[in-house]
Write a protein that binds this ligand. Structure first.
Ligand code: ZN
Length: 278
């Protein structure tokens, strides 16, 4: 199928998924609203340097529904709910950016994070990662965490188990190739989780990470509104959801420049997830 046909098909799928999300999809455990990554017009060739990940020392706090204990670092426990917030002492928060990387907005976000020496987590789509490999290399070089957000951002609760696996697995592969190690965290598009998603994620060595505070930046509510949502939601353990792709994210970029220094001034430590000790 030609790429433009793919794009058209995906837009139709995303529109359907957004409608399903708004209506309350069965099996959805964490609230997430419809949005999707924009498809880039042209792939960019990128460098592929690799470097090890150095996550900071914070644990994530499970909610309920732990399954049997995990058997090792590549096989986390199968959960029945995603992780929504972090545990840990002090004023610690996590910033997460979904749907990228994007050649315009992601570098601007990375520049701001670098300016304040802050690490964040990027839940990338495999297809985008394939277009912009250099951005995943940069994330690795600068100490950010890259998570798996599926290959093409489908509503997983509507897919067969084999298609869910393919979406996850192909993204694990390209992240490992371009970032330097496989992703340890997974986030379902639209926050649509079900048993198959938890099981397959665990089989692929990933923990399900949702969010505590949704900036709703994808609705482009205005930079000040995004800033207010993040600052009003700020609290120890909070995981913030924003997007670095999928549309015009200039408000997201500008909001980060405002709330990041303010959170730091308020004594918050912005960090990245570390695999729970099981
Ligand atoms: Zn998404």
């Amino acid at each position: 199928m030609k790429k433009d046909q793919l794009l058209t098909r995906r837009r139709a799928l995303l529109a359907g998924a957004a409608a399903a999300g708004a209506a309350g999809t069965a099996g959805v455990l964490a609230a997430g609203r419809g949005h999707g990554p924009a498809r880039p017009a042209a792939p960019a060739a990128g460098a592929q340097a690799q470097s090890p990940l150095k996550p900071s020392a914070y644990r994530l706090q499970p909610l309920t529904g732990y399954g049997t204990p995990g058997t090792g670092p590549r096989r986390p426990a199968v959960r029945s709910e995603p992780i929504l917030r972090m545990s840990g002492r002090g004023r610690t928060m996590m910033l997460t950016f979904d749907d990228g990387p994007d050649p315009h907005y992601t570098p601007e976000i990375l520049d701001t994070l670098a300016e304040y020496d802050v690490h964040a987590t990027f839940f990338v789509c495999g297809e985008m990662a394939g277009y912009y490999k250099d951005l995943l290399s940069r994330m690795a070089d600068e100490g950010h965490v890259v998570g798996n957000h599926t290959w093409s951002h489908p509503l997983l609760t509507k897919l067969s188990r084999s298609r869910v696996r393919a979406e996850m697995e192909s993204t694990c592969e390209i992240v490992e190739k371009t970032y330097g190690e496989p992703p340890r965290w997974f986030r379902a598009p639209y926050g649509a989780w079900n048993r198959a998603v938890f099981q397959l994620g665990a089989e692929l060595g990933m923990e399900p990470l949702a969010w505590t505070v949704d900036s709703l930046d994808w609705t482009t509510p205005g930079t000040a509104t995004i800033v207010d949502r993040v600052e009003d939601g700020a609290a120890p353990g909070v995981v913030v959801l924003s997007h670095d792709a999928g549309g015009d994210r200039s408000q997201t970029v500008r909001a980060l420049r405002t709330y990041l220094p303010q959170l730091l001034d308020s004594g918050y430590h912005l960090t990245v997830p570390r695999r729970q000790q099981v």
